[in-house]
Design a protein around this ligand. Structure first.
Ligand SMILES: Nc1ncnc2c1ncn2[C@@H]1O[C@H](COP(=O)(O)OP(=O)(O)OP(=O)(O)O)[C@@H](O)[C@H]1O
Length: 409
């Protein structure tokens, strides 16, 4: 279980220890030490002492919370916590979220302008990478947890930042929600119901986006006519879903909508582009391409190549495969000095018409500029012998040879 040392998780620990006595399962706890509060060591010590008294093994994980690029300290700390959870080898990691947490999260997401997935807040059970996150107290109110803690004389630590109403969650908790509770006593259940309805809506949107993507995607790219035939809302869902699937980054709704309109309306020669944290979507010659930002591509020596084989060169966002064709490069080269290199600019490759600039070959192949920049070149020794998937050197073409293909990730 995740033990912060606060009241909620101390109550959860107590309940789990009782359940363990009856059911006999293995129970251990993890405390993520963020080092953010001057009391952080004391919290960890309190967790250690309580776990020892219960006979529960405790792991204290120290994490580095350093903020960069506009992220809040809270968000980075949370990400680090979930990274620790993901590394757990337990069947399930139990968390002490309760009904008030759920209500606050729904409202916070609403105030941030979140869609159905965000408003679904947190489910009782979900997989987080390979570990199941279980929140058994999601239907229990904070006041009930507090009553239990007092009745059982439990000890816990108070996070002093919980009182700071500069944080939106605390503002809701201390100033806004008590007012609402006075007028609408069942507001927690109402918000939980909204969250459950949003979770269903989000699941259905995902299923539709997944089916639409499968129908519109051919050869890893979106076919514009099929895309244009969808409703505007489904186009937006499809694009957002594709970005998520490829882990390109989450587009802002306004940027996504602008891109969608450009896809449909921009002149045929234009290449509208949606820039994302880890790549981009770009329309090029009637198709939408997803381009992942390659990490700085480095030279890779190719070894163990055989016709029919495929390799994922280290540091390159793509796959190199070799096929035997009626004409191609000599098979005995496969044992030799082959390398992939990034483009430097100005390279030329021997073709039947003369030595053509690689840039022109890539353009003629219909590749969008973002992909052209990170397309690999195949060298033998110091000689450029192929632009994989695009052209091979006419100086070395021979009957019954192999042809390199490049499939961007
Ligand atoms: N430092 C921590 N170490 C281990 N578990 C923690 C820690 N902080 C929180 N948890 C677990 O998460 C539960 C919820 O706490 P909190 O609401 O602060 O977490 P959160 O990760 O921010 O939640 P959310 O998923 O809503 O953002 C706690 O009751 C506890 O089970």
């Amino acid at each position: 279980m995740g033990l912060s040392g606060g009241m909620d998780s101390m109550v959860l620990l107590d309940l789990l220890v009782q359940a363990r006595a009856r059911l006999g399962f293995a129970l251990s706890a993890v405390h993520v030490h963020h080092g953010l509060s001057r009391h952080a060591d004391a919290w960890a010590e309190r967790c250690r002492a309580v776990c020892m008294s219960y006979g529960v093994e405790l792991r204290i994980e120290r994490v580095q919370v350093s903020v960069s690029g506009g992220e809040s300290l809270e968000a980075v700390a949370r990400r680090e916590r979930y990274r620790v959870y993901a590394a757990s080898s337990a069947d399930a990691l139990v968390l002490a979220h309760h009904q008030d947490d759920l209500a606050e999260t729904v409202l916070l997401q609403l105030l941030r302008g979140g869609g159905p997935r965000a408003l679904a807040a947190m489910p009782v059970w979900r997989m987080h990478e390979k570990v199941g996150l279980w929140r058994p107290m999601l239907a229990v109110r904070r006041s009930q947890i507090e009553a239990y803690a007092q009745a059982h004389h439990l000890l816990w630590v108070e996070d002093e930042s919980n009182a700071d109403t500069r944080w939106r969650r605390n503002l809701l908790r201390h100033a806004v929600l008590p007012e609402i509770a006075g007028q609408i006593p069942h507001y927690r259940q109402h918000l939980a119901r909204s969250a459950a309805l949003c979770a269903d809506a989000a699941d259905i949107l995902r299923e539709v986006a997944c089916a639409d993507l499968a129908a519109v995607k051919t050869g890893g790219r979106l076919a514009m006519p099929a895309f244009a035939a969808l409703s505007c809302a489904r186009q937006r869902q499809l694009l957002a879903y594709w970005c998520e699937q490829l882990a390109l980054g989450q587009p802002a709704p306004s940027a996504l909508e602008h891109f969608r309109q450009q896809l449909l309306g921009a002149a045929a020669a234009a290449s509208p582009c949606l820039a994302l944290d880890s790549g981009a979507l770009v329309r090029y010659r009637g198709e939408v391409w997803a381009c992942r930002q390659s990490p700085a591509c480095a030279e890779v020596k190719l070894t163990g190549l055989m016709p029919g084989s495929a390799v994922l060169p280290l540091g390159w966002a793509g796959c190199l495969s070799l096929t035997l064709k009626s004409s191609g490069l000599p098979v005995d080269w496969l044992a030799g000095d082959l390398r992939l290199l990034p483009r430097q600019g100005g390279e030329r490759l021997a073709q039947s018409v003369g030595r053509k600039p690689v840039k022109t070959l890539l353009q003629e192949a219909g590749l969008p500029p973002l992909l052209r920049e990170q397309w690999p070149l195949l060298y033998r020794g110091t000689e450029l012998v192929a632009v994989p998937g695009v052209a091979i050197s006419s100086d070395h073409l021979q009957a019954g040879g192999w042809v390199p293909q490049w499939t961007p990730a």
